[in-house]
Design a binder for this molecule. Structure first.
Ligand code: FES
Length: 581
């Protein structure tokens, strides 16, 4: 159990945690009650009722959560219907496109904010409203550590993008058409039209990017209502789902059903297997490891490879496939997909309803076999995920073979090294850049500390000179992450990162690098002696931050293979309930 918060099923209103604030006949409770009355609430509205914090990641910048101002009212409606008392608790929004240098720098800060908001205030249970990339893991991590009943309400994907009658997918089509624009094939007017057509409704990215992957993971883990993650944000089923979250969390408080009752090792296995079948974002690896460690489960990278190896990619969704999340929903959504991989899953795992995955799948069906394929007609024979190790990545690194050109899955070529993002950006458009399609592009200083915050720079742009020759994929290696909507032969999350002296810091342009996906191997072709010599000569760069959150982040952040959580936030050590006086 992650904290010393109440762990006793409440039998009566006086047993509720919030009653510690509102119940006693003393001076402090007078203050608590009178302040509720100050806000216009009568005592019978809140006293003796499960107080539900609706943790809302809305802000004026939160492009993917623009509907959360309305949706929170739907959740409140559900809480009231079930006899609870809803309280909206705004937290940091983390809009993926606006937050620099990376939302990943702030995932743990949001997790901390959630945990402390729940712990410090008169809360009995929480509805977690998230969706845009890092919000999902952050909300779950915070709620796990807080140790109170919690249900995750996903924002839902936006509708398909549209440009001149063509379907546009978040991210994936941006990368694709940006290459075409650099090659001179897209005009200013066409580019402007695409800008207005690619994101045309409320909701998160509608490709199988990090948002769609992580909201699916929350559902497979059991933290959402069955089927919730696939409902498009503008669909009328979405507010109905939101209200159902509000109703259910009140029941969960009376049942004392907390996240660690749901998040078992088997639940994480189910998540990994499902992520393989949907060719989920590589970011899910880092987040699942971090979530698991909050729940006291030491999830290793190798577990992803072991479980993914026998699961084909059957979700025909971009960037690995053809369709978008709206199509996925109509085809049966996540429960439908899981019926296809049921033999790989542990169907006894329980969810926020207290029901089993078998119960969910009994009510699920696939309605379109092209969008959700049968197992022997996958969209890719390559795995959705490979974990590589070798002298270049002793702590491991990852790649998404299904999103790469097959010819690059076994490749040896000379390195072209960029010291950091700005160096890369200054070189990549040069007509006289000494680069061939066989080169391996290396980007360093883009990891957790070096980025800082491990930005999504891992899909390095193909040098313009090669784009004009028709090259669209190359082997690229970095300690960065990659957007889930990206694609290509990109080796990511190299651990340890170059900024702390990992072997990536020692590569020189011209060194031969070999990537062998079938053998799960990455190798820098220099001798051990040469590696040791370069290591001895390596000079650590100065810290990125000398004050503020950044300095704390730099001192405490873990590497990618352990989930990039802050060291003092991990684990299940008990945290005392606040004294009320
Ligand atoms: Fe918010 Fe993609 S930018 S989910």
């Amino acid at each position: 159990m992650p904290s010393e918060m109440k762990r006793r099923r409440p039998e009566k209103p006086e047993d509720l945690r919030s009653n510690r604030w509102f119940g006693p006949d003393d001076m402090r409770s007078f203050g608590h009650r009178s302040r509720m009355k100050q806000m216009g609430f009568a005592q019978e509205e809140f006293e003796g009722k499960p107080v539900i914090a609706i943790v809302n990641t809305w802000s004026g910048f939160a492009h993917c959560h623009a509907h959360f101002r309305d949706r929170v009212e739907d959740v409140k409606r559900g809480v009231l219907q079930a006899g609870g008392f809803p309280v909206e608790v705004p937290v940091m929004a983390l809009p993926e496109n606006f937050v620099k240098p990376s939302t990943m720098l702030y995932r743990n800060l949001l997790a901390m904010e959630v945990e402390e908001n729940l712990r410090a205030q008169p809360v009995d249970g929480a509805v977690l409203m998230g969706g845009c990339d890092k919000t999902t893991p952050a909300l779950l991590m915070g709620a796990i550590s807080a140790g109170l009943p919690a249900i995750y309400m996903p924002a839902g994907p936006m509708l398909r993008g549209n440009w001149r009658g063509q379907v546009l997918g978040s991210g994936s089509d941006l990368w694709k058409y940006w290459d075409e624009r650099r090659a001179g094939n897209v005009s200013d007017a066409q580019w402007d039209e695409m800008e207005g057509g690619i994101n045309r409704s409320d909701g998160v990215c509608m490709t199988m990017g990090t948002a769609a992957t992580m909201t699916a993971m929350a559902e497979v883990l059991g933290m959402s209502l069955p089927g919730a993650s696939s409902i498009p944000a503008p669909d009328a089923n979405h507010p109905r789902m939101a209200a159902a979250c509000g109703r259910r969390i009140v029941e969960m408080v009376w049942e004392d059903l907390i996240p660690t009752d749901i998040l078992t090792p088997g639940a994480f296995d189910n998540a990994i297997i499902t992520s393989a079948a949907i060719a989920g974002s590589t970011n899910a690896i880092i987040h699942l490891v971090a979530i698991a460690r909050r729940a006291g489960i030491d999830l290793k990278l190798e577990r992803f490879d072991e479980l993914s190896a026998h699961v084909p990619v059957i979700a025909n969704i971009r960037p690995s496939g053809k369709y978008l999340m709206e199509d996925f929903y109509y085809a049966g959504g996540l429960p439908g997909l899981m019926t296809r991989i049921a033999k790989h899953l542990d169907l006894t795992q329980k969810n926020v309803l207290g029901k089993t995955l078998q119960d969910t799948l009994d009510a699920a069906k696939v309605w379109n076999d092209d969008v959700i394929r049968v197992l022997d007609q996958p969209i890719s024979s390559a795995n959705g995920l490979a974990v590589l190790r070798g002298n270049l990545a002793p702590g491991g690194c990852v790649m998404k073979p299904s999103a790469a050109e097959p010819r690059l899955l076994k490749h040896k070529g000379p390195a072209l090294v960029f010291d950091d993002y700005n160096h890369m950006a200054s070189q990549v458009d040069l007509d006289d850049l000494d680069v061939t399609p066989d080169h391996v592009l290396v980007l360093r200083n883009s990891g957790p500390q070096g980025g800082p915050g491990m930005p999504e720079w891992g899909m390095l742009p193909i040098p313009t000179k090669l784009v004009k020759q028709g090259v669209r994929d190359m082997v690229r290696i970095s300690d960065a992450r990659m957007s889930g909507t990206s694609y290509g032969a990109c080796v990511l999350h190299v651990a340890p990162e170059s900024f702390v002296g990992g072997p990536l810091a020692l590569v020189k342009t011209g060194d031969l690098i070999e990537v062998d996906i079938p053998e799960r191997r990455i190798h820098l072709h220099i001798s051990d002696e040469e590696m040791a010599k370069r290591k001895a000569a390596w000079v650590p760069p100065p810290p990125r931050y000398t004050r503020g959150y950044g300095a704390m982040f730099s001192q405490h952040i873990g590497q990618a293979d352990v989930g990039c959580d802050l060291d003092f936030l991990q684990g299940t050590a008990a945290t005392a309930e606040p004294e009320i006086h």
